[in-house]
Ligand binder design. Structure first.
Ligand SMILES: Cc1ncc(COP(=O)(O)O)c(C=O)c1O
Length: 382
């Protein structure tokens, strides 16, 4: 029996019919740009995350660029980012003309290392930093990052592309961020029917700048106060996301349940968790140094295994037709494309070590019992 790494086709009953009806309606009235679906989606995002402002945009990469530009980050400004993240985080910094500096990650939670971050702030005096909430959880030092950045006047942008419904002390991860960004790429926990993104903030001024920048710097239809670009969220995408919103709880619960089962059933592989992670029965899996409570969203599961053993495990999984992921195979600073832009990096080689040992098993909502059992059987026979 084969099990895919991810299967996006497990729609709940009625989704395709509802969406088809919306496509019909929107096509008939030709309200493709802006309109009530976008408005409804932005309102739902605000309520769901307890933030003051939510602005839809074209994708998660643009969301970071909009946030950087709204914060006034541009040519000559230094921006810190973790050495382990999706390439888009780095691209966004370069695309606004700023200078990226990578910071190594913490081996305990696999997120940007808070102590190295402090060192980098002292050493490079960056204008901004991007804290990425990777793998479906976050740093146990997330509050410390925010506090320290504020004290040092470093504008902290939170790349929450992977962290929809991650909770910190029972609140949305986005709630208390200065400015945060989301990706609705179809394979994310909350996926669109194509590309989509959003920026969230509690600042009216930032929200207005983001909205204007993503709509040609508009003040009025033909009056342009800023040089921006076109990064609007389309009405069709928004309608798809609106239809999917009510199903999100079930999907996340399903993901969390599988993530937790992996941890319990594959103890010998030490499925990675972050300190302070709350299990479904409310117990805290490992206590964090900061006393923070994190609730994952079940985006990815992470196993760290030595390089040679990983090769053998990959062969084994392939032989038994079990899908797997390597998220990510290279640290940001090791990418060929980084060479001409990266003048500084801080810390050691933790990110590189992780990329050489990470492997991800299938994790998607509504995985069947048979599929799960098959994965466990194959893993146990390794
Ligand atoms: C951490 C991170 N940042 C940024 C992005 C970019 O989002 P998008 O693909 O929607 O542009 C992604 C996902 O693709 C991501 O995982």
């Amino acid at each position: 029996m084969s099990v895919p790494f991810i299967d996006l086709k497990r729609f709940e009953d009625g989704i395709i019919e509802q969406y088809t009806a919306k496509v019909n309606e929107i096509t008939k009235n030709t309200q493709f740009i802006g309109g009530k679906e976008v408005e409804q989606f932005e309102n739902s995002l605000k309520t769901d995350n307890s933030v003051e402002f939510a602005i839809g945009c074209a994708n998660g990469t643009d969301a970071i660029q909009l946030a950087l530009r709204a914060c006034g980050v541009g040519p000559g400004d230094k921006v810190l980012l973790p050495d382990l993240t999706f390439w888009a985080t780095f691209e966004a910094v370069v695309n606004v003309g700023a200078e990226p500096i990578t910071v190594d990650v913490d081996l305990q939670d696999l997120q940007m290392d808070f102590f190295l971050f402090q060192e980098a702030v002292e050493k490079f005096k960056p204008k901004a930093a991007i804290l990425v909430h990777l793998y479906g959880w976050t740093s146990q030092y997330v509050y410390e990052f925010r506090k320290y950045a504020k004290e040092k006047n470093v504008l902290l942008i939170e790349d929450g592309a992977q962290s929809y419904r991650v909770k910190v002390n029972n609140e949305s991860i986005y709630k208390n961020a200065y400015i945060s960004t989301i990706s609705f790429y179809p394979a994310k926990v909350f996926g669109a029917a194509g590309d989509a993104g959003a920026v969230l903030t509690n600042s009216k001024e930032l929200a207005e700048r983001v909205r204007s920048l993503g709509n040609h710097g508009r003040e009025l239809h033909y009056s342009h106060g800023l040089v921006g670009w076109n990064s609007r969220l389309g009405n069709l995408q928004a309608s798809y996301l609106n239809i999917n919103f009510p199903y999100l709880n079930n999907r996340i619960q399903s993901r969390r349940r599988i993530a937790e089962r992996y941890r319990n059933d594959l103890k010998e592989f030490q499925v990675h968790t972050t300190p302070g992670l709350k299990s479904l029965d409310g117990t805290i899996l490992k206590s964090s140094k900061t006393g923070i409570q994190i609730e994952e969203n079940g985006y990815l599961n992470v196993i760290l295994i030595e390089n040679e053993k990983r090769e053998k495990l990959i062969e084994h999984l392939k032989k038994h037709q079990i899908g797997y992921g390597i998220v990510y195979p290279e640290a940001v600073s090791e990418q060929k494309g980084a060479k001409s832009y990266l003048k500084h990096k801080i810390g050691g080689e933790n990110a590189k070590r992780i990329t050489q040992s990470v492997i991800n098993l299938p994790l998607f909502p509504y995985m069947t019992e048979e599929e799960y059992e098959e994965i466990i059987k194959v893993m146990k026979s390794f």
